[in-house]
Design a protein around this ligand. Structure first.
Ligand SMILES: [Zn+2]
Length: 308
């Protein structure tokens, strides 16, 4: 592959990422729920997977909304004054933690729930600028159960009259996460390969849980400039591992993955979603975290050349 061609491709894919973000921003509503019903617990979550988990616990007795609208990439997101007001009006702000929501410090939440508090994250999950921990905890269904439990406890503390109801809902959803974990193990039992190349470094904990090896094109965040050298390294890596699938994501421009795949004979691009946001269409069709995880596993099965 000619170096100048790689360089041009890199420049071509870096600029449109910002354009894509603008398009998504322009088409999204600011909030996800209407006027909160009187006397209901008001819960604001930072971004999509936490919104999905919290909605399962809340049922119809608490009002849950997401600060970051569906379809918006949350890594580089910053709150507006209106978002700060929404947090101030809520009873609880739920965050992922592990350095993901740097903006949550000093935002003035009445109760701030860090759902990764208490997890042992010292097992080399990757690196982050502020905490040294890879923040993509929710992509491991077993860690996600911990996040659900942290939320359940916060809901019960803030609204003790409905504590039993929240406990019951959390129990049901945790059982779904256990079933998801079992189905992933079953699905990955017959794979020829264990290495895969994700778009950004989001699947470290997932890979660790299921005995896989994640490589990534981008680092901790899906945004930012990619050097031609990194593209060439990724092409070389895929060739040496015999990988025929390069993964992209749903909230980023896929052309970077396309460029890499085009340099590998017989390779193609599939989506492996970090579930950092879903589209409004998916939301309207009832697609949630569990369904997105199953889509991811189907996509992985192809890249890992699983026979069943
Ligand atoms: Zn990420």
């Amino acid at each position: 592959m000619r170096q100048d061609r790689i360089a041009l491709a890199a420049i071509a894919v870096v600029i449109p990422l910002a354009m894509v973000a603008t398009i998504y921003t322009g088409s999204q509503p600011q909030g996800q729920t209407g006027t909160p019903a009187k006397n209901k617990l008001r819960v604001v979550t930072s971004f999509y997977p936490l919104y999905d988990f919290a909605s399962h616990i809340a049922g119809n007795r608490a009002n849950v909304s997401s600060l970051i609208p569906p379809g918006i990439e949350p890594h580089e997101w910053e709150p507006t004054l209106n978002d700060v007001r929404r947090v101030g009006d809520a009873d609880i702000l739920i965050i992922n933690g592990a350095g993901f929501e740097g903006w949550s410090r000093g935002i003035g939440a009445k109760t701030l729930v860090n759902t990764t508090e208490g997890l042992d994250l010292t097992q080399n999950g990757g690196q982050d600028h502020t905490t040294g921990v890879n923040p993509h905890i929710w992509l491991d269904p077993i860690f996600a159960k911990h996040q659900v439990d942290m939320m359940r406890a916060a809901f019960a503390r803030a609204d003790p009259a409905n504590a039993d109801y929240y406990d019951e809902n959390a129990k049901k959803f945790s059982a779904e996460l256990d079933a998801l974990d079992s189905s992933i193990r079953q699905d990955l039992i017959s794979c020829k390969k264990s290495d895969f190349i994700s778009f950004h470094d989001a699947f470290k904990w997932f890979a660790q849980r299921y005995g896989l090896v994640q490589h990534s094109i981008q680092g901790i965040s899906p945004e930012g400039e990619i050097l031609p050298q990194k593209i060439q390294e990724t092409v070389n890596l895929a060739r040496s591992l015999g990988l025929k699938v390069i993964y992209s994501e749903n909230l980023v421009d896929s052309r970077l993955s396309d460029v890499i795949a085009s340099e590998i004979p017989g390779a193609k691009v599939l989506v492996l979603s970090p579930i950092e946001g879903i589209s409004n269409t998916e939301k309207a069709n009832g697609i949630g975290y569990i369904e997105k995880m199953k889509e991811n596993v189907a996509s992985l099965k192809e890249g890992l050349e699983c026979t069943q």
